[in-house]
Design a protein around this ligand. Structure first.
Ligand code: PEP
Ligand code: MN
Length: 727
């Protein structure tokens, strides 16, 4: 484009204004006549009216483009596919994946399943292959088109396949949603015309030695003949070395997307020619502006008939899907498999594969899938959760498996830095599962609020008044929390204790059923509301008004049986019972015993956004209520093996609380699938009992150091920068 300046124009002011619009110019000075500015080709596209409105611009002369239809092409596009979906190209990152060639019906079916599970929207694969050597496999031909289309339809994927010659165009058009023009055919104008006339969308690979201008002109050929929509695909150009098959021209990708506003795909597979570089180049392509990523993948690359070395392994495709931030399509609710906490050999899978399995088996929401991929907390949410926020801090979220409690399976999200906790709990849960799982119950969610009164003139009389006016106190308490009362909760009881007669200290307890909430805020509200009323009656000063972290009316009980054979023998069962006895006899041991229980409970608490400090305070204070500090869980020998029981207070909630805004907590709630605080408390207690069993079993057997140090070594390797197998 040439900009003609007015005779008295301030050239540098015009240049600066144009630059402000993203137009880079060069001054063309003539001997006479008006000044001319030539707009550099990599500049943005700007409406002419905007350029004309700049003072000093007299006229605009558009250089004739060789590809006006390409220039006018929209960058975004909706593609309805034969399988029934609509793909929004240019509005979301789209992955096209599949093998180089369709080799057999089974191979393409396996590929389609894999491709869909990585979050790709289109399946690729050639029925006709352009091969450098005439002796190489040249594709399975026309039958392969049907196999490809059938495999794609099974997973509602679109189809991309290459038309290599005019002879195949009709057949290809009958099966493809997008017809591919291969690199070698970019300037086969007769083929371009024939493909254009089918009225199908086209993916146009760039020729290995083609300039961008030649590529755009090839696109123009397609559009002239009726092609409705075109996707340019950069697949590498001739390079100067042979370390990679071609050289991926990321500059061209950026140019098409950012300067020419054209839809562009990147094909790192044919560019690299080796699978180890495909994922990083795909990500680089996306960063450069590619709207679409096309890769080759094979269920068994070692057996691929063409382009095996560059085909991604199945796991690598899942990883790419995750890194491209693609959601996996989940089955409709009625088609989901039954919920189970049995995921055999889960630990052997890659993280990407675990996430895919979980997403598709549970039908996880896009938000939960996104959290699994990124594990991040939005800074805006983090900033609201605390003061002086500077960043967020991540820990691993893992799944406690095999849990069965009161006849229902639970997959239990756990967040903990200690390497052995999750494996140990899952292992113990598997042993307990063999005898039917855990059994348990929880009292109603009754929290305790304390109100302190000081300098009460007559504590005995004060205590008596409180007891006598119990109903009035309950009514006043409930008046403060009408919504909780409407949900079926509320204050249910009051009691009072004299703590010091001399200086007149009384403490009143208010017991409030807080339903599915943790309840700290509810009971604090109640305590503050009721205190002035009671002080009117008994005199003195109001002291503290706050919950007690020893909620004795919010108790959870769990138990289980384990067979000696599942434990690993009678000797181990005896050892565990002796270890339990040791904890009953010795508070020094009991504290460590209880810490092992809390290893499991706290990990679930963190994942579910619970106040784990409150849980710790409750558990230890409960253990210390008697004369001596006691173990919360104990194990007795039975004929078949062991019977374990545990009891502790658990103040946890499934509603309210700032952490419910945390996407990780919401994901954990989708995974564990319960909305009931009491039910959740029983599950958490079961995880505690499982953790205890695992710890005692290790201690009574080989000792814990062997397994422990293996896991620690893995962590230490990471700390010292060794990734390898350890990661
Ligand atoms: C292909 O996509 O399998 C292919 C042959 O690509 P290109 O034409 O880019 O070599
Ligand atoms: Mn190929």
């Amino acid at each position: 484009m040439i900009i003609v300046l007015a005779p008295n124009a301030d050239t540098s002011a015009v240049t600066a204004a144009l630059q402000g619009l993203g137009l880079w110019t060069r001054l063309l000075t003539g001997e006479e006549g008006p000044g001319l500015l030539e707009v550099e080709p990599h500049s943005s596209r700007v409406p002419h009216a905007l350029i004309r409105s700049i003072a000093g611009v007299a006229a605009i002369r558009e250089a004739k483009s060789a590809h006006p239809r390409v220039d006018a092409m929209p960058q975004t596009w909706s593609l309805p596919t034969r399988a029934g979906g609509v793909i929004e190209l240019g509005r979301e990152t789209v992955l096209i994946a599949g093998p180089c060639a369709v080799e057999s019906q089974q191979q393409i079916r396996d590929s389609a399943k894999l491709v869909a599970s990585a979050g790709a929207r289109l399946l690729r694969g050639g029925a006709y292959k352009p091969r450098t050597s005439p002796y190489s496999f040249a594709g399975a031909g026309t039958p392969a088109l049907q196999w490809l289309a059938d495999a794609a339809a099974e997973h509602r994927l679109g189809v991309v396949t290459e038309a290599m010659s005019e002879m195949h165009v009709e057949a290809v058009a009958a099966f493809a949603d997008i017809i591919q023009i291969g690199s070698r055919n970019m300037q086969n104008f007769a083929l371009l015309g024939a493909v254009g006339r089918t009225g199908k969308a086209v993916l146009l690979k760039r020729g290995r030695g083609a300039t961008v201008e030649e590529w755009l002109c090839a696109g123009e050929h397609l559009l002239v003949h009726g092609c409705p929509w075109l996707l340019f695909c950069e697949r590498g150009v001739t390079g100067i070395g042979n370390e990679t098959r071609n050289t991926l021209d990321l500059g061209a990708v950026a140019l098409l997307h950012h300067a020419l506003n054209l839809p562009v795909a990147v094909d790192p597979s044919h560019a690299a020619g080796r699978r180890d570089l495909v994922v990083p180049l795909a990500l680089a392509g996306k960063a450069a502006g590619a709207d679409v990523v096309l890769v080759e993948v094979h269920p068994e690359p070692a057996r691929a008939k063409s382009d095996g070395p560059q085909a991604l392994l199945p796991d690598q495709l899942l990883e790419l899907g995750q890194k491209l931030d693609l959601d996996v399509t989940v089955p409709r609710a009625q088609d989901l498999p039954p919920y189970t906490s049995r995921y055999p050999e889960f630990y052997k899978k890659s993280v990407a594969e675990r996430c895919r399995q979980l997403s598709t088996q549970l039908g996880l929401s896009p938000a939960a899938q996104r959290f699994l991929r990124t594990g991040t907390l939005d800074m805006a949410i983090a900033d609201k959760m605390s003061e002086n926020v500077v960043t967020t801090f991540a820990l691993p979220m893992a799944l406690g498996l095999n849990f069965r409690v009161n006849g229902r399976d639970y997959i239990v999200p756990m967040v903990v830095e200690e390497p052995s906790v999750v494996a140990a709990a899952s292992n113990a849960a598997r042993m307990v599962r063999a005898t039917g799982g855990f059994r348990g119950d929880a009292t109603a969610s009754v929290m305790t609020a304390q109100v302190q009164f000081d300098n009460v003139p007559n504590v005995e009389l004060g205590a008596k008044l409180i007891e006598e006016r119990r109903d009035a106190i309950i009514a006043a308490a409930n008046a403060a929390i009408p919504r909780m009362v409407a949900r079926g909760g509320g204050c249910t009881d009051v009691d009072v204790r004299v703590l010091d007669r001399e200086i007149g200290i009384l403490v009143m307890h208010l017991y409030v059923d807080v339903g599915d909430a943790m309840g700290a805020n509810v009971v604090d509200t109640v305590a503050e509301h009721v205190a002035p009323l009671v002080r009117e009656w008994i005199g003195g000063d109001i002291g503290l008004r706050i919950l007690s972290n020893t909620p004795l009316r919010r108790i959870c009980h769990v138990e289980c049986d384990v067979g000696s054979d599942f434990l690993g023998g009678e000797r181990l069962a005896d050892g565990i019972a002796r270890a339990s006895r040791f904890a009953e006899l010795d508070p020094f041991r009991a504290s460590t015993h209880n810490k092992g229980i809390l290893n499991g409970i706290d990990a679930v608490a963190v994942a579910l956004g619970q106040d784990w400090r409150a849980i710790e305070a409750g558990a230890h204070s409960y253990a210390g209520l008697g004369v001596d500090y006691r173990p919360l869980a104990t194990w007795q020998r039975t004929d078949a093996g062991l019977h374990g029981t545990m009891e502790l207070p658990l103040a946890i909630g499934t509603v309210g609380g700032s952490t419910q805004a945390h996407p990780g907590v919401r994901t954990a709630m989708e995974i564990i699938q319960t909305q009931s605080a009491r039910e959740l408390a029983v599950v958490m207690a079961a995880v505690g009992l499982a953790s205890n069993l695992a710890a005692l079993r290790a201690l009574a057997g080989e000792g814990i150091q062997q397994g422990h140090m293996r896991l620690h070594a893995r962590k230490a390797d990471l700390a010292h920068g060794k990734r390898g197998d350890a990661a």
